[in-house]
Design a binder for this molecule. Structure first.
Ligand code: MOS
Length: 725
């Protein structure tokens, strides 16, 4: 089904199931520990052996020799798979560094060997007996040092990623009120609970991977390309995923090594990345340096805005583009955004939840706060004054929906913004200095082609199959809601099966497109099933009403189950009309912090997000998504940082003890309000995602609140107390 009509369908406007808070179907399985994660799938293949990955001890250079004889002879060892025996594989499938093979080392903890043994302990013990000699080359590990040598990233169509409009320099020079500030954000880890893990088994030339991956179809084709086999000979299965945050968009060394080790041993091999390898062997959010220059009239109207961003990556590829939201968020006739990437020899930087925008808001939305102060203006008023009517620099494009001003106003009321003192350091609560901050949030609302298969059993029971994943987001539930609504059955009559490449390819979980796309795909398949039922029983399914397990026609009512067992498959694609629109999601974020006046301890007291993201398919799970984003953003503002060893080129705090993320005690009362607008341009369900919107802005709101409390502006994240005491 091609989605072409901006009007969408009205089916869901009277929805009884879609749009209503529904507890997650997979919740009991997850909370009772019975949802089988990749590493725990003991039953899928007998005689599983354990693989243990050895990471490179140098960050750059080459392997001179590798002696695996002692490891091979150690108790329980079945095989040692060594990089020098293999050609490099895995580069280019979304990944920048090779995942395995060859003698060249591109980053610290690059997989160089895998020991396969009868038990995990035997594999781990034997791995320490591998002796590797390296020829270590000097590397560049310091972004600040590398940044001056950075080049403009390649944007759309390979063009340099520099966008200009009007004459920024002249307008900035002439502006009566100016801000020129530099912000830095550190490298960050996805730090998901479940590490990357895979069980691989071969049957003849057929490979099955039980793994933890956000994008099943990508994983299948990448794996086929890596192994030089046909995609139809690869099956990927990933029904439960313990967090991904972008770290599991692409296959990583666990999957590659499990497949190679299973081939080498003739046994199923299971591998979970040891926690330190999650930091240094996989990917992370790149550190950024961002410069914001904003010029404004005295009434607050922005006349010039420039956002330049520097990050680094292996070979100078694919950086963290903090400028992404800047062309969309505020008006302004003269503009410049530029995205530079330097060559760094740290582990690979790649997508992490709202790649680009999460870091970008930490700079732009603090710059707006600083500008408001210079103007002597309320920061909410400043934002409202600069609300654009069309997409800046793209007057032919309309915003499909944009209610940022409503979000800001409603949030201000709900949060008690009128109690904020604009002068910082004025509010005391005993020993605590108290402050409030605000930030706007923007993230695109993309959709992707997505397919599903729907089966109706003899009893009218509905089963939906799609390779869509549920990474803790609630996909099972919103897809079940969609199918129940479209087929007119109750939720308990629907079974959803996900994450298996034998099911129709979906949009997968990425870029916050999963919810809107996968429900649209399920809807398309259900519409096909309805039409097939109509054709069989002789009625027009598009004018019939499917409700309460029955089909209501003008002159009669049929039980759905009368159609007998039937299956339909379809996918949703999106028509050209979308090009005329900018489909985005918006939020206003508010935060109150208290800072202990003597020790500097910072406590986040309250957070609020007011979100405008189309129809909210399941307010309960959408709220959890936004709250998760707010927690992650508070972490980014106050504590998260992969510490770089600039001598040897690795992340030092490579575990959950050293990499600090917020715990329950760090996170206070959080509230999420959805405007629940319907976006007819987005999808047949008029829905958009919120999984990444939630992390765009709240970190800046925390930073702005901390400034409002203390009067000390810290522009280097994370804002730890040593920086403002
Ligand atoms: Mo997201 S960073 O596209 O999983």
């Amino acid at each position: 089904m091609e989605f072409n009509a901006p009007a969408g369908t009205n089916l869901f406007d009277r929805a009884k199931i879609v749009g209503h808070s529904t507890p997650r179907i997979d919740g009991p399985l997850k909370t009772t520990g019975t949802a089988p994660y990749a590493y725990e799938r003991h039953d899928v293949a007998p005689d599983q052996a354990y693989g243990y990955i050895v990471g490179s001890a140098i960050a750059k250079g080459r392997i001179v020799s590798m002696d695996v004889a002692d490891a091979r002879a150690a108790p329980g060892v079945i095989a040692v798979v060594a990089a020098p025996d293999y050609a490099p594989v895995g580069q280019g499938q979304g990944n920048i560094a090779p995942l395995f093979g060859g003698g060249e080392i591109a980053h610290y903890h690059q997989a160089i060997a895998c020991v396969v043994a009868e038990t995990f302990e035997q594999a781990r013990a034997a791995s320490s007996l591998i002796r590797t000699r390296y020829d270590r080359a000097p590397g560049m590990f310091d972004l600040a040092e590398a940044a001056p040598g950075a080049s403009l990233a390649k944007g759309r169509g390979g063009k340099p990623d520099l966008k200009t409009l009007g004459n920024f320099e002249a307008a900035f020079a002439a502006a009566p009120v100016k801000l020129d500030a530099k912000y830095t954000t550190p490298d960050e880890s996805h730090a998901m609970m479940e590490p990357h893990a895979t069980i691989a088994a071969w049957k003849g030339d057929q490979l099955t991977l039980w793994t933890s991956n956000q994008m099943i179809d990508w994983a299948k084709s990448s794996m086929a390309e890596i192994l030089g086999i046909k995609p139809e000979n690869v099956r990927v299965d990933s029904p439960f995923i313990g967090g991904g945050f972008g770290g599991k968009l692409f296959i990583r060394s666990d999957a590659v090594m499990a497949a190679l080790a299973a081939k080498a041993t003739g046994r199923p091999v299971k591998i979970a990345l040891q926690r330190p390898l999650v930091a240094n062997n996989t990917t992370h959010r790149h550190a950024t340096i961002q410069r914001l220059r904003i010029g404004a009239e005295r009434d607050g109207r922005i006349t010039a805005i420039a956002h330049e961003n520097w990050s680094g990556n292996i070979g100078g590829e694919k950086g963290e583009d903090g400028t992404l939201q800047t062309p969309k968020l505020y008006a302004g006739a003269n503009r410049l955004t530029a995205n530079y990437v330097a060559a760094l020899d740290l582990p690979e930087g790649n997508a992490m939840r709202a790649p680009g925008e999460a870091a970008g808001h930490l700079a732009l939305e603090v710059a707006m706060d600083e500008l408001a102060e210079r103007l002597g203006m309320d920061p909410i008023e400043l934002r409202i004054r600069n609300e654009p009517e069309t997409v800046p620099g793209n007057p032919g494009k309309k915003f499909s929906q944009r209610n940022l001003v409503r979000c800001l106003r409603q949030g201000a009321d709900l949060f008690g913004w009128s109690h904020r003192r604009s002068k910082p350091g004025q509010v005391r609560d005993g020993r605590w200095l108290v402050g409030m901050g605000v930030a706007a949030g923007y993230r695109g609302g993309p959709v992707q082609k997505s397919g599903a298969r729907v089966h109706m059993g003899n009893d009218g029971q509905i089963t939906v199959e799609t390779d869509m994943t549920d990474i803790g987001t609630g996909s099972y539930t919103i897809i079940a809601q969609t199918a129940a609504e479209t087929m007119g059955v109750s939720l308990d009559r629907v079974t959803v099966k996900l994450g298996d490449s034998r099911f129709p390819a979906s949009a997968g979980s990425g870029g916050q497109w999963g919810a809107a796309s996968s429900t649209a795909g399920a809807y398309a398949a259900c519409v096909s099933l309805r039409r097939a039922i109509g054709a069989k029983l002789g009625f027009d399914a598009d004018t019939a009403t499917f409700a309460e397990g029955k089909i209501h026609l003008s002159n009669r009512t049929i039980a759905l189950s009368d159609a007998g067992p039937m299956t339909a498959e379809d996918s949703i694609t999106f028509g050209e009309f979308k090009r005329d629109y900018d489909v985005g999601t918006y939020a206003a974020h508010f935060c109150e912090v208290a800072v202990e006046a003597y020790t500097g301890e910072c406590r986040v007291r309250r957070m609020l997000a007011v979100c405008d993201a189309g129809r909210i398919l399941n307010p309960l799970s959408a709220r959890s998504q936004v709250i998760g984003g707010m927690v992650m953003a508070a972490g980014a503002a106050l504590m998260e940082e992969l510490a770089v060893d600039k001598r040897f080129g690795f992340f030092v705090n490579h575990d959950l003890a050293g990499y600090e993320v917020p715990v329950h005690a760090d996170i206070p009362h959080q509230e999420v309000v959805f405007l629940d607008t319907q976006d007819p341009v987005s999808s047949p369900l008029k829905a958009k995602g919120v999984g990444e919107l939630g992390i765009c802005g709240p970190g800046a709101a925390v930073a702005n609140a901390l400034y409002n409390a203390t009067g000390v502006r810290v522009r280097n994240y994370p804002i730890t107390l040593d920086k403002y005491l």
